[in-house]
Design a protein around this ligand. Structure first.
Ligand code: EPU
Length: 417
């Protein structure tokens, strides 16, 4: 178990290099097994979700090499095995082995995925998509047994623009017979990254990044190369930090267009931003205005940035409304923020935040990944020492977080307890 200890109230300045996007990397890694051969994924973030996926690849007899942020995966000798609970429950994205193994071998036995406790997180749209492609689905307790003689392309309508269901159906259908069209597909930037990788492998996917994706099945795929796109959520988290305690804090190696919903809101609050081609510099201003935010699917404000933003709203003058629309349980961090001195009233999936309130360091608990990131921001602007427990949640998604923050002047350390 690890603990994060933060001495707050310091000005941060300098450069933070953003890594590859977690939510793209966690799909690209399972996608690599669709080709018999060697694939290379560059700019893979060094996070514990990566390691959990590598363990699954090794269980399936793939040969994996890591060199810095580059991952080489050779799945020539793939051996399809039951992915039991001790592997699947370590992260949400283990469910991408459903689509990838169905595509490559037409059968998979896997236990339910894990992930943050941010809502009920059903996977019915993934399963319905597989069924539409001709997959037989059996559920034995916590185990899914998915099998097919062949997968045949069809029209699939998602009732919600689910990131996971869109990717999983793409993975399952690239090697299916005929044409699959995913209607009401998710449009998140990560979807494009996955489609580009699959196309580099020989797949025929068009429309990724729009709400209608067409996949023409091919017979085989070959090993290929891809680079993980920059993590817009990691970048957004550090931008928010810069708005609170930065002096020329520069967030580098990003695609500013992917952060537009956030930067628009930051400008509306009166924040001081300089947006360049692949970086944004930000400095604290004397007063930030209260605003209302509502999380939405892409290109709206991402649900994953809502919790970090709620800390910003505690420092803004006036009353802000924070509305979450994707996950039922995104307010797990609020009791800790209130313990630190914030004035946040939660009502279901919304919160009323009154500011500005001085925050004081104390002992808090990370309940989930983004809620944990919110507490790191709070700790960095608070007076005194903040100790965060259950930081494993944070390390699942933020690469080298203590090093990156120490380099720009933060006093933060990880301790084994
Ligand atoms: N949903 C269903 N049925 C399904 C799938 C989803 O009802 O079969 C519902 C969910 O309950 C939720 C909504 O649809 O209310 C959106 O779910 P989505 O499938 O889009 O989410 P996901 O694919 O499970 C990914 C990210 C999340 C991120 C969401 C939304 C990964 C591994 N996870 O989850 O990331 O919040 O998309 O952008 O890619 C995080 O990084 O902290 C995180 C939670």
């Amino acid at each position: 178990m690890k603990q994060m200890i933060i001495e707050g109230n310091n000005i941060l300045s300098g450069n933070i290099e953003i890594g590859g996007a977690k939510n793209s990397a966690v799909a690209l890694i399972p996608a690599a097994i669709l080709a018999s051969g060697e694939s290379t994924i560059k700019n893979v973030p060094n996070i514990s979700d990566r390691d959990a996926l590598i363990d699954i690849l090794e269980l399936l007899n793939c040969n994996v090499k890591i060199k810095d942020n580059e991952l080489t995966i050779d799945s020539t000798n793939l051996n399809n095995k039951v992915i039991d609970n001790s592997y699947s429950s370590r992260l949400r994205a283990s469910y991408y082995f459903m689509g990838a193994l169905l595509g490559r071998q037409k059968n998979v036995e896997i236990y339910i995925p894990g992930g943050c406790n941010i809502g009920s997180r059903p996977i019915d749209m993934h399963i319905d998509g597989f069924k539409a492609l001709g997959v037989k689905v059996e559920i034995e307790g916590d185990k899914y047994i998915l099998s097919a003689d062949k997968l045949v392309g069809t029209d699939i309508y998602l009732r919600f623009q689910s990131v996971g269901a869109t990717i999983n159906i793409m993975l399952a259908s690239v090697l299916a017979e005929g044409k699959t069209i995913i209607h009401n597909a998710a449009k998140e930037a990560e979807i494009n990254n996955i489609a580009n990788f699959l196309n580099n492998m020989g797949a025929k996917i068009t429309g990724a990044g729009t709400d209608e994706i067409t996949i023409i099945g091919v017979e085989t795929l070959h090993g290929a190369e891809i680079s993980v796109l920059p993590d817009r959520i990691e970048a957004g988290t550090y931008l928010i930090l810069g708005a609170l305690c930065g002096t020329n804090l520069t967030i580098k190696n990003i695609i500013p267009e992917h952060l537009e919903s956030l930067t628009t809101k930051l400008k509306e609050m009166g924040s001081n931003l300089i947006i360049n081609k692949d970086s944004i510099s930000i400095s604290k201003v004397s007063e930030l205005k209260a605003i209302n935010i509502k999380t939405l699917v892409y290109p709206g404000i991402p649900t994953d940035i809502g919790q970090p933003m709620s800390v910003l709203l505690t420092q803004s003058t006036g009353t802000s409304l924070f509305e979450e629309t994707i996950w039922e349980n995104r307010m797990g961090h609020v009791p800790s923020l209130n313990k630190m001195g914030a004035n946040i009233q939660v009502n279901g999936m919304s919160a009323i935040i009154k500011g500005p309130t001085k925050l004081k360091g104390c002992d808090v608990i990370a309940t989930d990944l983004r809620g944990g990131a919110a507490l790191v921001i709070a700790g960095l602007i608070a007076e005194g020492i903040t100790t965060i427990t259950d930081v494993e949640h944070i390390l699942r998604g933020y690469e080298n977080i203590t090093e990156k923050l120490t380099n720009v002047g933060a006093k933060i350390e990880l301790k084994e307890i």
